[in-house]
Design a protein. Structure first.
Lengths: 227, 243
C-alpha cells in the first residue's frame, strides 16, 4: 500500500516512516501543508496520515480540500488536541480516524491497517488464525473443529487479538479497545483475561497462538512463534 | 504606524499556559515513545529490557499528561452539550468495570433507576463515573460488594455508592499501604504507592469537576454500617423531568 505522511516534525515522521516501511508499505513524507495537499492530489495514495498543526496550510484545510476531490481516500488525523470538540470538528470535516499525541506507534499501525482493510475489503464476518475460527455474526469460536465457550469479554478480547494477528498489542491498547477504558485502574485485568483465553484457546492445542511480548504486551502469532 | 495599546496580546491565563505546555510536550513524547517501541525488536534481549523499562516510564509520563489534559478540560465549560441520561451511561460503565471488579473478587451491583439527565458531553460523563466507581472498587478487599443505589425524590435524583469499605481505606496521602489494607499488594503496573495515590486524587478531582460543571453535587463520605464512597445529587432543575 502507498501511504503519505504529512507531518512537520522530522523526527516523528521519520519514526512513522520507518515503522510503516518495515510493514512493507511505500511511504512518502511531506513536511508542510501545501506540499502535502499537492502530493495527495497528484498521486494515488491508499492512506494519508495528516498532522493538524502544519506550517503553510493547516491540516484541517488540507483535509477539507482533499474531501472535495478525493472523497474516498482514507485520512487519519494526528493531533495534540484532545478535546471532544476538536475530535468532532475533524470527523465532521471528513477524517476517517483521529489519533491524539503522544500516541503509540503500535496504535497508529493498528488503526492504519483497519483503515486500509476497510477501504479495500468487505468486513469479514469470520476471522481465522490457523485452525482457530471466530464467527462474529454467530458469536461462535472453534479451534480444530472443537467448540470453545467464551464469556462476552473473552470473546471481545479474542476478536481484537485475531483482528491484529501478527501484531504486538500493548496492554493500554487492549484495555482501551476491549474494556473502553483509558486508564489502568491498578489492575492486571488484561493479564488475567489473557490467561483465561490461553486456557480455553491454547491449552491442549498446538501450536500456542497467544504470546507474551516482553515489555510490550501480547500478540497472536499465526505461525505459533512470538515476535 | 502607531500601535494601539489594545493590540498587545493579553497576559495568558494559567490554564492556557499549561494547555500550551502540554501541547508542546506531546510532540517530543510521541517521537520518544514511537522510537522506543520500534527499537525494541531490533535489540538483543539484554538491551530490550532496558528499552522496555524506558518505554514503561515514558508511558507513565504520558498517562500523567493525559490526566492533566482531562483536568484542564474538566475545568473548562466545554462545548454546548445536549442532556445525557444518567442511568444508561451508568449501566454501561458498570458493564465495563464489572470484569475488572470480578478479577479483584468484588461484586458490583446496581439497583434502581432514574430519569435524570446531565448537560455534559457523554464521554466526559462516562469518564467521571468510571473514575468514581473504579476508585470505590479499589477500596474493597476480595469478596466485598459495591452497591450503586439510584433513585429520585422531590429534590431530584440521587446516586449513592456503598461498599463494605469506604474510600478511607485508600491511601490518598502518598503513605505506604499497611499490610492489611486492600492496597497492600503491589500495583501490577509497577507504579509506586505515591504515584498511585496522586493519580487517584487527580481522577477524583476530575470526576468532581465534570459533575459539578454539569450542575450536580458530589460528596465523598464514609462510616456507617455500609460505608458510603460517594453521593451524587442531581437537582431537578438540572435535568430530572417532573413526574
Amino acid at each position: 500500500m502507498r501511504i503519505l505522511i504529512v507531518e512537520d516534525d522530522a523526527a516523528l515522521s521519520s519514526f512513522i516512516r520507518k515503522g510503516l516501511e518495515a510493514e512493507h508499505h511505500a511511504v512518502d513524507v511531506a513536511n508542510e501543508g501545501n506540499q502535502g495537499r499537492a502530493m495527495a492530489m497528484e498521486f494515488d495514495y491508499d492512506l494519508v496520515v495528516l498532522d493538524l498543526s502544519l506550517p503553510g496550510l493547516d491540516g484541517l484545510s488540507v483535509l477539507k480540500s482533499l474531501r472535495q476531490r478525493k472523497a474516498n481516500l482514507p485520512v487519519m488525523i494526528l493531533t495534540a488536541r484532545s478535546r471532544i470538540e476538536d475530535r468532532v470538528q475533524c470527523l465532521d470535516s471528513g477524517a476517517d480516524d483521529y489519533l491524539v499525541k503522544p500516541f503509540s506507534y503500535l496504535e497508529l499501525s493498528a488503526r492504519a491497517r483497519a483503515l486500509l482493510r476497510r477501504s479495500h475489503l468487505p468486513s469479514e464476518s469470520v476471522l481465522t488464525v490457523r485452525d482457530l475460527c471466530l464467527d462474529r455474526v454467530e458469536r461462535k469460536v472453534e479451534r480444530a473443529g472443537r467448540h470453545i465457550e467464551l464469556t462476552t469479554k473473552e470473546f471481545a478480547l479474542l476478536e481484537y487479538l485475531m483482528r491484529n494477528a501478527g501484531r504486538r498489542l500493548t496492554r493500554a491498547m487492549i484495555i482501551e479497545h476491549v474494556w473502553n477504558l483509558t486508564f489502568d485502574s491498578t489492575t492486571n485485568v488484561v493479564d488475567v483475561y489473557i490467561n483465561y483465553l490461553r486456557r480455553k484457546v491454547d491449552d491442549g492445542f498446538t501450536p500456542s497462538l497467544i504470546h507474551t511480548v516482553r515489555g510490550v504486551g501480547y500478540q497472536m502469532s499465526p505461525d505459533g512463534a512470538s515476535a | 504606524m502607531s500601535t494601539s495599546p489594545h493590540s498587545f496580546p493579553k497576559v495568558p491565563r494559567g490554564e492556557d499556559v499549561l494547555g500550551e505546555l502540554l501541547h508542546s510536550l506531546s510532540q517530543p513524547l510521541t517521537s520518544l515513545r514511537c522510537s522506543l517501541e520500534l527499537s525494541i525488536e531490533e535489540l538483543a534481549e539484554q538491551q530490550q529490557e532496558s528499552v522496555s523499562a524506558a518505554l514503561q516510564q515514558t508511558e507513565k509520563v504520558i498517562g500523567m499528561i493525559q490526566l492533566m489534559r482531562e483536568y484542564l478540560d474538566a475545568e473548562q465549560p466545554g462545548p454546548e452539550a445536549s442532556p445525557v441520561a444518567l442511568a444508561p451511561v451508568l449501566r454501561s460503565v458498570i458493564e465495563e468495570l464489572s470484569s475488572i471488579a470480578a478479577v479483584r473478587g468484588i461484586q458490583l451491583r446496581m439497583m434502581g433507576t432514574c430519569a435524570a439527565t446531565l448537560p455534559a458531553p457523554e464521554p466526559r460523563l462516562r469518564l467521571a463515573l468510571q473514575y468514581l466507581i473504579a476508585t470505590m472498587i479499589e477500596a474493597q478487599a476480595v469478596g466485598d460488594k459495591v452497591m450503586l443505589l439510584l433513585g429520585e425524590g422531590p429534590a431530584g435524583a440521587v446516586l449513592r455508592v456503598e461498599g463494605e469499605r469506604g474510600l478511607r481505606e485508600l491511601d490518598f496521602q502518598n503513605r505506604e499501604p499497611s499490610a492489611t489494607s486492600p492496597q497492600a499488594k503491589r500495583d501490577p503496573s509497577g507504579a509506586t504507592s505515591a504515584s498511585v495515590s496522586t493519580l487517584r486524587r487527580v481522577r477524583l478531582a476530575i470526576a468532581s469537576r465534570v459533575l459539578e460543571n454539569a450542575g450536580a453535587s458530589l460528596v465523598f463520605g464514609d462510616g456507617g454500617v455500609n460505608p458510603t464512597g460517594f453521593v451524587l445529587r442531581i437537582p431537578r432543575r438540572v435535568g430530572t423531568p417532573a413526574r
